[in-house]
Design a protein around this ligand. Sequence first.
Ligand SMILES: *Cc1c(COP(=O)(O)O)cnc(C)c1O
Length: 414
Amino acid sequence: MSTTQPGLPTQHGPSTQQGVPPVRMAEPGAGGRFGDFGGRYLPESLVPACLELEAAFRRAWNDEAFKGRYHALLSDYAGRPTPVTACDRLSEELGVRVLLKREDLTHTGSHKINNVIGQALLTVDMGKGRMVAETGAGQHGVATATAAALFGLECVVYMGELDTERQELNVFRMELLGAEVRPVTSGSRTLKDAVNEALRDWVATVGNTHYCLGSVMGPHPYPWLVREFQRIVGEEAREQCRALLAGKDPDLVVACVGGGSNAAGTFAGFVETGAQLVGVEAAGGAAMARGIPGVLHGMRSYLLQDEWGQILEAESISAGLDYPGIGPEHAYLGSSGRARYTTAEDAEVLDALQLLARTEGIIPALEPAHALAWLARACRSGEVPAGSTVMVTLSGRGDKDAEQVMGVLKGNRS
Ligand SMILES: *Cc1c(COP(=O)(O)O)cnc(C)c1O
C-alpha cells in the first residue's frame, strides 16, 4: 500500500470519476460474481442447497413483512439503532475528527447479531428447524447459538479442536445457550476446517438444516446475503454522520476486515458518497496485501496460500481476524480502486486499544482496534490530513479480550 502518496486520494469519489460507472454494492452479477471474484465453486451435491437459499433470500428481501420482522428484532432484541459517538478527546489527540459507529453496544456485543437474526428468520421461513455454523474464536458460534435460542431452533456449531481448547469460555457460553459444539479434528483443527465440516453437515441434512455462515465469504449467495444483513450498520451511520456533520459525509470511512462483514455493511452505506473507504486487516492475516487469487470454501478471492496453493494459517493477536481469505466483494472493491486495504501490527493494535480506553472510556475489541491503530499511524504520518473527518466502525466491545490483553500487557511489564 502506498504510504508516500500525500493526502487523501480523491479520485474514488463518484463525482470525479468521469466516464467510469460508479462502483455500487448492489446484487452481484450472474452466478454471484463481483468482477472476477465470488461465484459458487462447489461439488454438485451442494449446489441445490445454495440455489434454495438464494431463492429464499431473494423472496424474503423483497418482502416488506420479512423486513419488518427483521427490523423489529434488531430494535427490540438487539438494541438498534446503535449510536454514532463523536470522540472529542481522541480527536484532539489525533488531529482529525473521529466518529465511532457503536456496534459494541448491541446485544452480544458486536455486529454479528445483525447477520444471525437475519439468517435465523430465513431458517424459519424456509420451514427448517436446525442451524449449523462454523466458528473460529467462538464469537459467531455464540451469536448463532443466541439466535437459535431466540427462535427455538436446534443448533450445532463446528469448531476446530484447537480453538475449543483456546476458547473454553465461548464453548461454555454456546452450551449455556443450548447449542451443541462439535470439535473438528481434521486438518489444522481451526476455522477453515470447521467451515468444511459445517458444509458437509449441511449437504447431508439440507431438508431441515440451514448453514448460518458468519461473514461475507463462501459460495453465492452468502457474500451478498450477509452484506445485506449488515448493511444496516452503514445506512444508520451515514444518516447519523450527516446529522453530526451539517449534512456532509465523512472524508474517510474505516473498518477492520476478517472475512469482511462489518466492513462490507459499513461500506454499503457510504460507497455512493465521496468518502474514501479503508479496510484494515491484521498484518498476520492480510489476504489483500499478501494473498493471491484462488478458490476456497466455494468462492474465488484473495487467499493466503503457498506456491503450491496450500492454504496458510493466518496468525494474529485477534482470533476474529484469523481467516486466511477475504470476502470476494472486498477483492473487487480493492481491485477496482473504490476501497483500499491496509494492515495493522499486533503491537500498535494494543496501543490503540489503550488509547481509546483512556481518551474515551471505551474498551474496544481487538478487531476494531486494528482500524484505530491504522488511523492513529496514518494521522501521525500525515497520510490522513489534519482536520479530516473520519468514521470508524467499532465492530465490538473488548470484554471478550480483556483477559488476553491483560496477559500480554502485564507480561510485557514484568
Ligand atoms: C468476528 C468479528 C470481526 C471480524 O469479522 P468480519 O466479518 O470481518 O466483520 C470483527 N470484529 C468483531 C468484534 C468480531 O466479533
